[in-house]
Ligand binder design. Structure first.
Ligand code: GLU
Length: 422
């Protein structure tokens, strides 16, 4: 296979991302040079972020911004604050953003940013200082025509407001298209906050129907109760799916009759975790992944489905709310067992789709209604689902390979049409 990488115990998301690209390039008949060009990030920036803590001491953090591809337009992708951030993770996430944007026919390349920090250990004022300094350090490579950040794990609309403000102050005027996922009062789009979860549920419902399962009688487990998982649980339940289990970093809860999701959301708002939700049984986070349900939505971090647990997964369908939750090894095991996997670059693309809508609205200074946003999101999600289905049927490929092939082909075509400079 193209781009063979060493197989070792310390494999990470970048190994999975590169392998997926290599497989797609093989299937598309591309040569090694094309693979190398598509695999290599166009630009990587690593910066030090000296932070003055509230107690007056100084701590130096590290941040990255990786622009994986710029062929189809400015780079696009989130900014992650997590203690697990490292350059290889950011590279993998940036590559997946390239394929996600191409798959959804958005005029963007792919990027990702990350700061190695546990945001729960820092005050809001400290996080503002980290964000402003990080933004100032990467200022030359971002902007509405260069690279447009958005929220991801550990960041939110406040982070985006600080980034937009820092960029705007440096440029001497307000530039609303600098970032997406901003507060609505500051040029954000209606419907952006719920968009990733809504998109997950649009494709989950389509996939359930495709498997001959009536969503009204289906059962689900949702791993992760953050921005993506929480909304996914809410929209699944609203659509009649019985959500039997949900988890967060503190633990998992399960009820054979289905969780009352609005009540669970109230509980989480009060207590800060799903654990302790009245009437539900506390189970292991690992046990949630292997519950007997129709639909499993991993909606937290990378590599949660791996060689060690994939054989025990009982769900008929996995819809990837997170980026990269299934390792290549788990992918093969699940496929061999007939589990349908709707890949991340399709399943969780609703977020970047509405980010694109937000950027379009900000650039035109004309805002759409929530109904318009939701309707256009639904059209984008179902169109991409149909295209991936067709590619999968025509080439006899699993959905991930089909989606990656579609996306990689679009990016490679843009490369070819632009030509190599000089
Ligand atoms: N962080 C989200 C993702 O991984 C959204 C990115 C964006 O809106 O640019 O897709």
């Amino acid at each position: 296979m193209l781009g063979d990488r060493a197989v070792g115990a310390d494999r990470g998301p970048l190994d999975d991302a590169v392998e997926q690209l290599a497989e797609a390039c093989d299937l598309l008949g591309y040569d090694e040079g094309t693979f190398q060009m598509l695999a290599a990030p166009r630009r990587e920036v690593t910066v030090s972020i000296p932070l003055r803590r509230d107690d007056g001491s100084i701590e130096v953090l590290t941040g990255h911004r990786v622009q994986h591809n710029l062929s189809r337009g400015p780079a696009k992708g989130g900014l992650r604050y997590s203690p697990h951030v490292d350059l290889d993770e950011v590279r993998a996430l940036a590559m997946w953003m390239t394929w996600k944007c191409a798959l959804m026919e958005l005029p963007y390349g792919g990027a990702k940013g990350g700061v190695t920090i546990d945001p729960s250990r820092y005050s809001r004022a400290e996080l503002e200082r980290v964000t402003r300094r990080y933004t100032a350090e990467i200022l030359p490579v971002i902007g509405p025509t260069r690279d447009i950040p958005a929220p991801d794990i550990g960041t939110d609309e406040h982070t985006m407001a600080w980034m937009m403000d820092t960029y705007s102050v440096a440029n001497g005027h307000t530039v609303l298209g600098t970032v997406t996922g901003k507060p609505v009062s500051l040029g954000g789009s209606l419907g952006r906050a719920a968009a990733t979860s809504q998109g997950v549920v649009h494709v989950a419902v389509a996939a359930l129907r495709h498997q001959g399962i009536d969503p009204g009688g289906a059962t689900a487990a949702v791993q992760g109760f953050g921005k993506v998982g929480r909304g996914a649980a809410r929209f699944l339940a609203a659509g009649g799916v019985s959500v039997l289990a949900a988890s967060d970093e503190h633990g998992a809860v399960w009820s054979p009759d289905g969780l009352d999701v609005p009540a669970l959301e109230d509980h989480v708002d009060r207590v800060g975790t799903v654990v302790g939700f009245p009437g539900a049984t506390v189970i292991d986070n690992e046990a949630l992944l292997t519950l007997d349900v129709d639909l499993l939505v991993p909606a937290a971090v990378e590599c949660v489905l791996h060689g060690g647990n994939a054989a025990a997964v009982q769900a008929r369908l996995v819809v990837e709310g997170a980026n990269g939750p299934t390792t290549t090894e788990a992918d093969r095991i699940l496929q061999a067992r007939g589990v349908l996997i709707v890949p991340d670059i399709l399943a969780n693309a609703g977020g970047v789709v509405v980010s694109y809508f937000e950027w379009v609205q900000a650039n035109q200074a004309y805002w759409w209604t929530e109904a318009e946003v939701e309707e256009r999101l639904a059209v984008r999600m179902t169109t991409a689902w149909d295209q991936v289905q067709t590619e999968s049927r025509e080439r006899g490929l699993p959905l991930r390979a089909a989606a990656t092939c579609l996306a990689v082909r679009r990016v490679a075509e843009a490369h070819q049409q632009r030509g190599l400079y000089p």
